[in-house]
Design a protein around this ligand. Structure first.
Ligand code: F6P
Length: 495
């Protein structure tokens, strides 16, 4: 399955109806820079997955315009063709005030829904005023989508927890639209969900969809159960469908993935070569004489970054003979820094790096190289190339695409993936070294096992993981979602 095939499949299924993608985060942010404007691709698994699909299908992507130069490059409706050098789709930006962004994005989405759904023992915070702002902003997205579909037939593909009320709003305004929603984070069990004060309205919002997708079956089951016990609706476990208001919402698992072949090509590109060279320049070529343990994450308390550092520390304490022989290279993208918990984890990481380096470093070796910055796609690929081990130690993660990107990037067939059992990816990748990141001793043991793993064993595991990712790419994910639609809906013919 490739981009071309998916493009053909979607236009056959949609029969000419317009495809509109909607998300909070935009696929590209225009940022002011010395002497002009530069395009930044955000650190988002959601964007990484949707970008190749929207390029293949064309159409419009509606998202919050959050870049400092976004307004400079759009027309008076907030539209800009993307990518600028080879336009394939239209990006339509939704403008929000600082107050709206605070209430809807920083507060309700990321201090209430994010911790509620991940359950990593960070307490969610609720405020009625934020919920009202969230509702208003969902309404704003609704108005924008309605403008973009221009009264014609359309398939609206909504992303994530920022826009839970949008489907019902669209359904009421335009009963003929086909609505798909993909929830990129876990769905919690009903005990965890029931503390959410506006649960009924949120669930009703989501039940405006025709299809509601999660990464894994377990999250589908949790959602069915939450609705069954929480609100009035007919829950059909035979068909995995929910009827509320006479129309079904089909609940399905669609494990998201990456563009395996493109990553394989990009990792061999000149740009990655240059990034690789600049890493070596920055870190010193001594790093290549050590085994490099790479982490590449947004700085988020769900990602298990402190746990990973503590385990690395423990491995060095337990095995002092490893001093000078291993390096932890952590690429860390700052994220949501207006939120207290995110500022706290930034401080915690700074302290940990100082403390661990102080404890073990020698004159010519530093155990942890911590690069806090936004690293672009090519820099991340360069880090995978340098890696002997990639560590994904999330405390909870819907899927985690770093794992699948790393595997796609290793055409040499070598490298170890150390993977949290609490990621969606773990279900597909039993050949990774699966760990419980809450158990620092176990994590340290797994790191040591990765260090010692023979080339034969590494290659055997990597080969199987590559087959898995190659067979289930992001295009297969997109195709499955649209095929599900084909199976259950009569998509209206265009007159
Ligand atoms: O995949 C979950 C998600 O919240 C996406 O919706 C989002 O784009 C990504 O993580 C990064 O977070 P943010 O957009 O808040 O920077």
């Amino acid at each position: 399955m490739d981009a071309k095939y998916l493009g053909g499949l979607i236009s056959r299924i949609t029969k000419g109806a317009k495809v509109v993608i909607v998300s909070n985060r935009e696929p590209a942010m225009h940022e002011r820079d010395v002497g002009g404007v530069r395009i930044v691709r955000p650190a988002s698994g959601m964007v990484a997955a949707l970008e190749p699909i929207v390029r293949a299908t064309g159409g419009t992507w509606v998202a919050h315009g959050s870049g400092s130069a976004d307004r400079l490059v759009t027309d008076d409706k907030g539209r800009v063709s993307m990518p600028p050098e080879d336009p394939r789709y239209t990006l339509r930006r939704v403008w929000l005030t600082r107050k709206e962004e605070n209430g809807y994005y920083y507060s309700l989405s990321n201090q209430a829904l994010w911790p509620l759904c991940h359950i990593v023992y960070t307490r969610p915070r609720f405020s009625r005023q934020d919920w009202e702002t969230y509702r208003d902003v969902n309404r704003r997205f609704c108005d924008t989508v309605l403008e973009e579909v221009e009264g014609g037939p359309a398939i609206v593909f909504i992303q994530d927890y920022h826009l839970a009320l949008l489907p019902r709003m669209l359904r009421i305004a335009r009963p003929d639209l086909t609505l798909i929603h993909f929830w990129h984070i876990p769905w919690p069990n009903r005990e965890a969900f029931r503390i959410f004060p506006w649960g009924e309205e949120l669930l009703d919002g989501l039940l405006g969809n025709d299809v509601l997708g999660f990464h894994i079956q377990y999250h589908c089951n949790n959602f069915m159960d939450t609705v069954d016990r929480g609100i009035e609706a007919k829950v059909d476990y035979e068909r995995f469908s929910i009827f509320r208001g006479g129309r079904p919402t089909h609940v399905r698992a669609f494990p998201i993935s990456v563009d395996f072949h493109q990553i394989g090509k990009d990792v061999a590109s000149q740009r990655v070569e240059e990034k690789h060279a600049s890493f070596i320049k920055e870190l010193g070529d001594g790093i290549l004489e050590t085994k490099v343990f790479v982490g590449a994450d947004r700085i988020d308390y769900t990602k298990g970054i402190p746990e990973r550092m503590k385990a690395f520390d423990l491995m060095l304490k337990d095995h002092p003979e490893l001093r000078g022989k291993v390096t932890l290279l952590q690429l860390a993208a700052p994220s949501r820094t207006h939120i207290e918990e995110y500022r706290n984890i930034n401080e915690e990481l700074d302290d940990l790096v100082d403390e661990i380096n102080w404890r073990h470093q020698t004159e010519d070796w530093t155990p942890i190289r911590y690069l806090r910055a936004h690293h672009d796609y090519h820099a991340v690929l360069a880090s995978y190339r340098m890696a002997d081990v990639v560590m994904v130690t999330s405390l909870h993660d819907g899927m985690n695409l770093v794992a699948k990107e790393f595997i796609s990037a290793r055409a040499d067939g070598d490298g170890v993936l150390l993977l949290s059992q609490y990621t969606g990816a773990a279900r597909e990748l039993p050949d990774a070294l699966l760990v419980n990141p809450y158990d620092i001793d176990e994590l340290a043991d797994a790191m040591f096992e990765a260090f010692r793993m023979t080339e034969k064993e590494r290659k055997k595991r990597m080969k199987r993981m590559r087959v898995q990712v190659q067979k289930h790419t992001v295009y297969d994910w997109g195709a499955k979602i649209f095929e599900a639609l084909e199976g259950i809906l009569p998509v209206r013919e265009v007159a």
